[in-house]
Design a protein around this ligand. Structure first.
Ligand code: GLN
Length: 289
């Protein structure tokens, strides 16, 4: 990469092509393909069909800059500005957590809970919405639902609003810390959240994508259970009778979260495993009446 004789040298400069660029970096092929597609604004099929076409120098420079950033560890989603979640393409920026595949379990469980409750026009709350991935996905799957989403970060709410608008989802966004954002709101039938749950000082925070994500979206700065405990304890005040709460949590936090839920008065308390077999979300329902 970056081998462009600009002066001297008698050898003809061969213009870069898709083939030469993809072969010229130590990055995984899938990632170089995605970065090149992003720079050129083309599909995978285009790359294959135009394998040896000469490429524009500006595009080549942009691609090489992105490859260098990727090699330095920046997350793919921040480099391309997008991440798929629940089959929708979300805008992501460094100010928001990158949606994770395991969080789709939270959305699927939320939709199942709404179906089980059987209410029309259910009210759903997503606390700490970040990119809006959860709230927007629920709103798109249940267009009749009144979805409210909060975040402490105005930057995150900006991204979430853009996603809702671009994907055609009806979500009301409110700034503020957890339940403090909700003044004047009516009770909800379902509350969901993927709060920061990584312990302060957890070595994972210094690895991979997490190094580049907003710390406030990853860790509570304490034992990793502070936000989960707070949400479980306060949720009953904001739930209608029979309402449910489901939260995502870390691989070793399910028993603690079930304890928080029971202590707050929830019944039908349960944890569900993600595709990796890890207890990843826990939730429960308030008794009717
Ligand atoms: N699932 C993220 C991770 O472990 C953490 C997200 C969160 O704290 N809510 O990479």
């Amino acid at each position: 990469m970056g081998d462009h004789p600009s002066s001297g040298g008698s050898r003809e400069e061969t213009p870069a092509s898709v083939r030469s660029l993809l072969g010229g970096t130590p990055l995984p092929r899938l990632e170089t393909q995605m970065l090149l597609q992003h720079v050129l604004g083309v599909s995978r099929a285009w790359l294959i069909a135009h394998d040896t076409d000469p490429l524009d120098k500006a595009h080549v420079r942009e691609f090489e800059a992105l490859c260098a950033r990727r090699l330095a560890g920046e997350p793919m989603a921040y480099l391309t500005g997008r991440r798929e979640f629940m089959g929708h393409s979300f805008v992501v920026e460094p100010g928001v957590l990158i949606p994770r595949p395991e969080t789709e379990l939270l959305v699927e469980t939320a939709l199942g809970e709404l179906a089980r409750q059987g209410a029309e026009r259910p009210r759903v709350l997503d606390l700490g919405t970040g990119s809006g991935a959860i709230a927007v996905s629920v709103a798109l799957a249940r267009p009749d639902a009144e979805v409210v989403a909060t975040d402490l970060s105005e930057a995150a709410l900006g991204v979430a609003r853009r996603n809702a608008r671009a994907l055609g989802a009806r979500v009301e966004f409110l700034p503020g810390s957890w339940f403090q954002a909700l003044e004047g709101q009516r009770p909800f039938d379902l509350i969901v959240s993927n709060p920061p749950y990584i312990r302060d000082g957890d070595p994972h925070l210094a690895q991979g994508d997490l190094r580049f994500e907003p710390p406030g979206a990853l860790t509570d700065g304490a034992d990793g259970l502070a936000a989960l405990a707070h949400i479980a304890a306060q949720a009953p005040h904001w739930l209608a009778p029979g309402g449910g709460l489901w939260m995502e949590h870390g691989y070793d936090q399910a028993a603690d979260v079930r304890r928080f839920l029971l202590k707050a008065g929830f019944g039908r308390v349960d944890s569900l495993r993600d595709l990796a077999g890890i207890e990843r979300i826990s939730g429960g329902t308030l008794n009717d009446g």
